[in-house]
Design a protein around this ligand. Structure first.
Ligand code: TLP
Length: 344
């Protein structure tokens, strides 16, 4: 099976497994796990923040960030397709007691005017605006990168109103590689950032939440509340460290594969990729296809290619570390086969 459902499905390499077996460990709730301490220091320095926290997942990192930035009864401004709004089981309201104020967006970018309008005035009726949320790359827009000027402008606006900015950078490294922009350049416009080790970077588990020391000290407590205080978890941090040290530059291959695949989808099938493919995610819509999205998922699965239905009339193809150039050519052959069947 060539699995393009997500970049979360990569399996740890033999080297990663060896690093796990050899990891020096201790009890991380006592801050005594040398491997976790090393990962947190390394990760903080990579993104130019004072401190970092190893968390079990992107969702846990995002939720710890909300719990740390906001109080119950506040509101967070985010785009209407943000992962935190669509895919995190309403944890933002269930756990943090925070209401989501969702705005329209174009490729993950909300308009500055609309953000400013959404910031609540000091009025006895209104919730307080506690946080502005950005997602980079933007998953549901097909892995789009938020332009650096946009980040700067949102940050300036947030500072003017004394509101923190959090970035869900589950795929932060894809954004950095695709836009040829350093991590520090991107993260300087955020108060906190979450990025995943277990997506394109190939580690089996874990994410990082980074910010200033005071923020991370508080987030550590929130992580404990969320059940994320881990013990001898250096075995999980070791592959994360390896992923950060070895697997970032190669993301360019995934982006190249996604472009090649998107061109083929538009050339050989009645599916349409209507967005620029900037990173490793392709959203192909089925509006003009003779087959529905579920039919495409089934026909491709029958031919050994796993994709997912992403919206009622859209499919997602995601490239990653475990998909080679040959695999991409094979997927293109299968798409052509499907197209011949569609035309029958
Ligand atoms: N995204 C997953 C699914 O949940 C949709 C995927 O396959 O793309 N932020 C963003 C932008 C994400 O894409 C994801 C995972 C998360 C946060 C959550 O990360 P995990 O799955 O580690 O909790």
């Amino acid at each position: 099976m060539i699995d393009l459902r997500s970049d979360t499905i990569t399996k740890p390499s033999q080297l990663m497994r060896d690093m796990m077996a050899q990891a020096v460990v201790g009890d991380d709730v006592y801050r005594e796990d040398p491997t976790i301490n090393e990962l947190e220091q390394y990760a903080a320095q990579m993104v130019g923040k004072e401190a970092a926290l190893f968390v079990t997942s992107g969702t846990q990192g995002n939720q710890a960030a909300i719990l740390t930035h906001c109080r119950s009864g506040q509101e967070a401004i985010m785009d209407e397709d943000a992962h935190v709004f669509v895919y995190e089981g309403a944890a933002i309201s269930a756990f943090a007691g925070v209401q989501s104020k969702t705005l329209h967006h174009h490729r993950g970018q909300m308009s500055l005017d609309e953000i400013e309008e959404a910031i609540r005035a000091d009025d006895v009726h209104y919730p307080e605006t506690g946080l502005i949320w950005l997602e980079n790359t933007h998953n549901r827009s097909g892995g789009s990168v938020l332009p650096i000027d946009h980040l700067r402008e949102v940050h300036q606006l947030a500072q003017k109103h004394h509101i923190p900015v959090h970035m869900d950078g589950a795929r932060l490294f894809n954004a950095s590689i695709a836009s040829n922009t350093s991590l520090h350049e991107i993260t300087q416009y955020t108060d906190s950032v979450q990025f995943c080790l277990s997506k394109g970077l190939g580690a089996p588990v874990g994410s990082i939440l980074a910010g200033d020391q005071n923020f991370i000290d508080k987030a550590r407590k929130k992580r404990k509340m969320l059940g994320g205080g881990l013990r001898q978890a250096g075995v999980l941090a070791a592959p994360g460290l390896l992923a950060l040290k070895s697997n970032i530059q190669r993301l360019a291959d995934d982006h190249h594969h996604a472009k090649r695949l998107a061109e083929a989808i538009n050339t050989y099938t009645d599916l349409s990729v209507n967005h620029t493919v900037e990173t490793n995610i392709i959203v192909a819509d089925t509006n003009h296809s003779k087959w529905s999205a579920p039919q495409w998922v089934k026909e491709m699965a029958d031919r050994g290619v796993a994709i997912i239905q992403y919206k009622p009339k859209a499919l997602r193809f995601t490239t990653h570390l475990d998909v080679s150039s040959d695999d991409i050519e094979m997927v293109i052959e299968k798409l052509k086969e499907c197209s011949r069947k569609v035309a029958e």
